[in-house]
Design a protein around this ligand. Structure first.
Ligand code: TYD
Length: 707
């Protein structure tokens, strides 16, 4: 590894990949602008609302039909077991379905079937006139509905990545997950409560007099959500089955069983997917164990049901925070690394729950468990969507989905069984009472298990081998992840801006040797005219008699384009610190504010010309044009732009200041009337925090001072 590469191990958010990794509010707004995705999202909202409503209502329905607490419990529990069972049986087949058949049609038919099945539950009660038979049918219908869902989910999951560009997939997943697990259950519960209240108040609180029970009505409403979803998918969502997925690919596909086997082999043979599977296994096993242990654990914190609800609540809030805010927090962190790290975070938090003496300690830990799980879920499903090819995606999603359900069910069952077997006692250690119990022991086991699988997953999936984990994490949280040594490293890009005579070149001349002394390769350059083509353009720009405003804007953009592709980017990818005298902001201020061309258009033009290369820092030397122009006048004849009116230069100045105000983090605005040494000192101070931490010892021989 040579030191020039080391020098540039810092990859600012301007690299394509990391920029696309950062999902934020803008990302969500952007993905919602894609009409096909928006429609699918509505469908998803409807279906998951239906799902939750269905879960609540069918469980209550079954319990309503029979008398006595034990029977009620059995009926309630039976419905829920019915919902988990099909996963194991049908998962593999459902995946093949999603890969081979038209996904839109699959989803539509599934939704229609669910509509019919949900309607049939209350109807059966009316027509069968026999409570036991009604419950039996409710169980059968629930089982069938769940089987249908097993086909719907992989079709949706595999189709979604075809509707949104890869860089928006994370935002799309954020939205769908928050809708499915956050908004829908709450809405379903409210709806159910609302329906009951409305009906009851209508008949003076006498349940027997109702023409329809609240639960029945909920089932009908729920059925309608599926009907609506079917209509939307069928008529309005296009492109779920990837390009060509219908024709050639399908003909080349082997038989059903062979397809299932092919899917398994793909999972087994793909390191990234295998890593994901390890991680998911560990995370859900640990999660299931926590759920199984939750009740006795809450009791051991000397809290009853209230403590249990509190823990449960903070787990959910954590999940939501992980999914909703995770990408904003981790910013440009590699998504593959993020996945493993999230599981390790969850594992650590689970293990730490064991010695937690008090609810006040347990609640934040449980929150972290949720956040880790949520982030792992988001990054995991985004990775699957992004990195598994369309023809295989349905099977992989189905495989993962079955695995999740099975592992979760086993972990819950096993841990509640084990907890039941063991006892608990309190050990006084100093002034603390340490709780020792099977529940707490199991938490340690579950936590360690999750940590191990998280680490395993991390190593399988690592896309930055050799880059220190903690340093990369810290750098990523600050928006500047470390780059892979030997890989395309990224330097630091600084633009110095200001009006005429602001003293940009003086500052740049002072900064270059300072940077080189500290071991950075420093490239100083300028616009317009730093390239052979640029010099010709510069001649036209500054000395042609007249250039129309739009032609002027295009010429500056052409100069910039050549400059970025032949000078700036090559230097940055060597890891150099590049300082340019003027960049995009000059166009925004001079051609935008000065010539009164629409600034956003100038922005697009430059973004296109530079393939969206933005500086990491813009140093703006702010100066009253009167002072600046007087400085220039002393130097001799003025060029075309310098001879513009005072008013023009006033507009340019305020144009610069507006830009800085809109993005204060990326700008350093300095008063250009200050002493040059003071200005230099302030810029250096700011650069200290921006430059990659490293390389006090790069030999001078490595430094390219050719510029
Ligand atoms: P230059 O001689 O390089 O002087 P300065 O020391 O002011 O940078 O002149 C460049 C001129 O071009 C300057 O007046 C500003 C103008 N300009 C634009 O109008 N738009 C742009 O995009 C750029 C880069 C420069």
């Amino acid at each position: 590894m040579n030191s020039a590469q080391e020098a540039g191990k810092d990859a600012p958010a301007k690299s394509e990949d990391s920029a696309s990794g950062v999902a934020d509010v803008n990302g969500i707004a952007a993905v919602l602008r894609i009409s096909q995705f928006r429609r699918l999202w509505i469908v998803l909202g409807l279906s998951s609302l239906g799902d939750w409503l269905g879960l609540l209502a069918t469980s209550l329905f079954a319990a309503d039909q029979v008398e006595g607490t034990t029977a009620k419990g059995a009926a309630f529990g039976g419905v829920n077991v019915m919902r988990l069972l099909p996963a194991m049986l049908l998962g593999p087949l459902a995946g093949v379905f999603a890969d081979r058949f038209d996904r839109r049609l699959t989803m539509t038919i599934c939704d229609l079937l669910r509509f019919g099945l949900f309607v049939s539950i209350p109807l059966a009660a009316v027509f069968l006139n026999e409570p036991a038979a009604a419950v039996t049918w409710a169980l059968i219908a629930t089982f069938l509905i769940e089987m249908v869902a097993m086909f719907w989910i992989p079709a949706k999951e595999a189709g979604l990545p075809n509707l949104v560009p890869r860089d928006k997939l994370e935002s799309a997943n954020q939205l769908t997950l928050v809708t499915t697990y956050g908004v829908s259950p709450v809405l379903a519960a409210l709806l159910l409560a609302g329906i009951s209240r409305a009906l009851l108040s209508a008949v003076d609180e006498k349940v027997d007099d109702l023409w329809i029970t609240p639960v029945d009505l909920a089932l009908y409403v729920n059925a309608l959500t599926f009907l609506a979803a079917a209509i939307v998918v069928f008529f309005f969502v296009k492109g779920l089955s990837g390009k060509g997925g219908d024709t050639e690919e399908k003909q080349r596909q082997p038989g059903l069983l062979a397809s299932v086997v092919q899917g398994w082999q793909f999972v087994k043979g793909t390191t990234m997917v295998r890593g994901l599977v390890y991680g998911i296994l560990g995370a859900f096993a640990a999660g299931g164990a926590v759920i199984g242990i939750a009740k006795p654990y809450a009791a051991s914190l000397s809290g009853g049901d209230a403590a249990f609800s509190l823990l449960f609540g903070s787990l959910f809030v954590g999940l939501g925070a992980g999914i909703g805010l995770g990408p904003i927090v981790v910013r440009a962190l590699s998504r593959r690394r993020w996945f493993g790290m999230s599981i390790v975070l969850a594992g650590f938090s689970v293990a730490l729950l064991a010695p937690a003496p008090h609810l006040a300690v347990a609640v934040p830990l449980v929150f972290l468990v949720g956040a880790g799980a949520g982030m792992a879920y988001l990054s995991g499903s985004t990775l699957l969507g992004k990195e598994v090819q369309d023809t295989m995606r349905g099977r992989v999603f189905a495989f993962v989905q079955s695995l999740v359900r099975v592992v979760l069910m086993l972990a819950i069952a096993l841990s509640s069984l084990l907890v039941g077997l063991g006892g608990s006692r309190t050990l006084p250690v100093g002034s603390l009472d340490i709780q020792v119990s099977t529940a707490r022991g199991l938490l340690v086991v579950a936590g360690v298990l999750a940590i191990i699988t998280g680490v395993l997953a991390f190593h399988r999936m690592d896309d930055k081998p050799g880059v220190p984990v903690i340093a990369d994490l810290i750098a990523s949280l600050r928006g500047r992840p470390l780059a892979v040594p030997g890989g395309p490293s990224m330097g630091v890009f600084i633009a110095v801006e200001g009006g005429e005579g602001a003293g940009k070149s003086t500052q740049i001349a002072a900064l270059a040797p300072w940077l080189e002394e500290r071991g950075y390769e420093c490239v100083t350059t300028h616009e317009p005219g730093a390239t052979p083509l640029g010099r010709k353009i510069r001649q036209l720009l500054l000395h042609e008699e007249s250039v129309s405003p739009r032609a002027e804007a295009l010429l500056y953009a052409a100069d910039r384009s050549e400059h970025v592709s032949t000078v700036v980017r090559p230097a940055l990818s060597r890891g150099a610190v590049v300082i340019t005298d003027r960049y995009i902001d000059s166009s925004l201020a001079y051609q935008g504010a000065g010539r009164a061309l629409p600034t956003p258009e100038i922005g697009w033009l430059s973004a296109w010309a530079t393939a969206a290369l933005k500086p990491d820092l813009v140093v703006l030397l702010d100066l009253d044009p009167e002072v600046g122009l007087a400085r220039v006048a002393k130097r001799g004849t003025a060029d075309r732009l310098e001879s513009e009116s005072r008013l023009f230069h006033e507009r340019v100045r305020s144009g610069f200041l507006d830009l800085a105000e809109a993005e204060p983090k990326r700008y350093l605005v300095l008063d250009a009337t200050a002493k040059p040494e003071d200005i230099t000192r302030q810029i250096k101070q700011r650069l200290e925090s921006l430059l990659p931490v490293r390389a006090t010892s790069v030999p001078r021989t490595m430094v390219d001072t050719s510029s």
